[in-house]
Ligand binder design. Structure first.
Ligand SMILES: C[S@@+](CC[C@H](N)C(=O)[O-])C[C@H]1O[C@@H](n2cnc3c(N)ncnc32)[C@H](O)[C@@H]1O
Length: 241
């Protein structure tokens, strides 16, 4: 994997784009997020090279956390879209859980090719009115959206941190400083053990006294997942208290 968020030559990510759009069942995938997600999973199971999505087990768990969160989350920020697997799955779940209400899923992706693939899948799934794809470093996009008034204080209900682990603390701190979170907002972070985010875990465990004035205190739940390579990974679910 290169440091640019794709396989060395981007062939795995372009491969999934071609696989989906040239699939014999493409007409049943159009406007059907679940069918699109299944087709991406089908590609991942047949490709010899790794597609770095959250995968079905963590995806189902995140949907269950979304479904249990009171009051129902409506504004979701995702850090790291990759090819849009989680955005399409979770954006569709967000819409489903909030029928009759406006919902927004903002996903941030630094790699322009990945972002373009995500946009193509969002359009194919019929989720353009739910999911906005922002190209560039997540921190820059969040700040810009805040300055433009498209993200306001205490407006973010749910955040998924799934980009490079060395950005987790800085990007969460920035969201805290901008005042985007409220009591009850959930910050779910993937890959706590593999590849590992020890500084992030230490940060969310800090009490108020150790933090800046804007920093939140969190109630934390850790969930284990046995990965296909036989090792255990964890996601951290941090709820603002
Ligand atoms: C593990 S993948 C995300 C997987 C995706 N959430 C899914 O489950 O389908 C991480 C992605 O984060 C992107 N990324 C890394 N650092 C970033 C940053 N600072 N801002 C935005 N995107 C970033 C990478 O380019 C890569 O596509």
């Amino acid at each position: 994997m290169s440091g640019r968020g794709q396989s060395n030559d981007g062939s795995v990510e372009l491969g999934v784009l071609k696989y989906v759009h040239e699939h014999p069942s493409i007409s049943t995938v159009r406007g059907n997020p679940s069918a699109l997600v299944r087709t991406i999973e089908e590609y991942a199971s047949t490709s010899r090279r790794h597609l770095m999505t959250v995968g079905p087990a963590k995806r189902d768990y995140i949907v269950s956390v979304l479904a249990r969160a009171p009051p129902g989350p409506k504004v979701f920020l995702e850090f790291g879209a990759y090819v849009g697997y989680s955005a399409v799955s979770l954006g569709a779940a967000l819409r489903e859980l909030n029928q009759g209400y406006e919902v927004k899923y903002l996903t941030f992706e630094v790699n322009p090719m990945n972002a373009a693939i995500t946009s193509s899948f969002v359009e194919l799934a019929g989720l353009k009115n739910v999911i906005d794809v922002h190209v560039g470093p997540a921190a820059e996009s969040v700040r810009r959206l805040f300055e433009e008034g498209n993200l306001t204080k205490q407006s973010v209900d749910f955040m998924l941190l799934d980009h490079w682990k060395n950005f987790y603390v800085a990007d969460l701190q920035m969201c805290e400083e901008l005042g985007l979170l409220r009591k009850g907002s959930i910050v779910l972070a993937d890959n706590i053990l593999i590849p590992g985010a020890p500084e992030y875990l230490a940060y969310i465990k800090q009490g108020r006294a150790e933090k800046s004035r804007e920093g939140h205190r969190y109630e934390i739940h850790m969930e284990n997942f046995l990965m296909s390579h036989g090792h255990t990974d964890q996601v951290a679910v941090a709820t603002v208290v």
